[in-house]
Write a protein that binds this ligand. Sequence first.
Ligand SMILES: [Zn+2]
Length: 458
Amino acid sequence: MTPKDSAATPVAKQNSSTVDVPFIEVYGAREHNLKNISLKIPRNQLVVFTGISGSGKSSLAFDTIYAEGQRRYMETFSAYARSFLGGLERPNVDKIEGLSPVISIEQKTTSRNPRSTVGTITEIYDFLRLLYARTAEAFSYVTGEKMIKQSDDQIVQHVLEHFSGKKTIVLAPVVKGRKGHYRELFEQIRKMGFLRARIDGELVELTPKMQVDRYKIHDIEIVIDKLVPSVEDRYRLSTSIQNALQHGKGTVLVLDADTNATQFYSRHLMDPATGIAYDDPAPNTFSFNSPYGACPVCNGLGEIEELTEDSIAPDKSLSISRGGIAPLGEYRDIWIFSQITALLKRHKTSLTVPISEIPAQAWHDLLYGFEEEDPKGKREPFIFEGVMSFLKKQLESDSENVRAWVQEYTTQSTCPECNGYRLKKESLHFKLDDKHIGSWPKWTLPNWPPGWPTWKSD
Ligand SMILES: [Zn+2]
């Protein structure tokens, strides 16, 4: 097929059946210094060209195979689009069969950034992010249900269908599952002219200087309207819904006053059962290099540095005074050892016995902390924060030396929040063909040669 023929058909026919072809076959390659060579390359396998400098490895890989794949891909665009892209010259080769769309990664030294993957270096991942932002469906990370998004009209219509003739309260959610006393918020709501709110499921009158328990988690909604929805008075319902959406940042909660049944609605992507909402997806929702997409626990690295019992005390036959807690080293007359001595004394043991002989409870308290009131209530209580917490604090030190000292005793492990997928949980609940974006780069190829490293599978 010549470029002219394909102008009318914007689909690459020559590539449509290459999936099952076992070889890429090259006939008569003569680009640069290639001497009219023909060869078969197995598909779906890792293939390596070796040879002395100047033998034509790059001429074959980049200037022939990649160049032809790229050219065929360009041909799939319409003549109009190609007028912007410019034409690509056909490489000097008789024929190549079994070629599918190609990408190339040049043999340049890329920065050894732990955030880079084949996907990000080749920019394929950028296209995948765009695809997810435009077409993926969102699912609730709580219930797994599909998230929905409604227009104001759809919300009104739904309320009319389900609440007509019932005593109904329209609420604007303003606090969802967060701690705080909310004194200022209640004052603000009152100043806006609202008289009632629903706090943790209870309808209450708003009074001056009102507040709630600051250490408890609260749900607070403003009571926007009490009404009996009807088709005849659609205007009132519509106004109340609009009002609630405005105060509830695009969400509204409708309550059946007799049964206490509730229904959430949102202009944004929302789980109708729990009311959790996601922002509309954008390409950076799926970027582990962006604060909009990165897992907050590992900052998008997929791994965390952890201190574990074994990483800080690898040899349990050692006593603490002999350096059994590796980062602390051997006993010295410093604060942390006097704390440990005092703690072990309370547990009727000491830092001269091997760690393996320290009673389990004493070892646990030593690692994770211990608090004891003075039995006579005269002295200050004895409080020891624990070696783990002490070392963890050093990891956040401003001094690089201090951090490096403790880092030596950490182990790398897969981030428990994102399971190594590097994205926040909302981002991992946008799915295409039942797969979140993180699962694509982890796919293994069919016929991957035995013994070669594979990507981590789920
Ligand atoms: Zn993570």
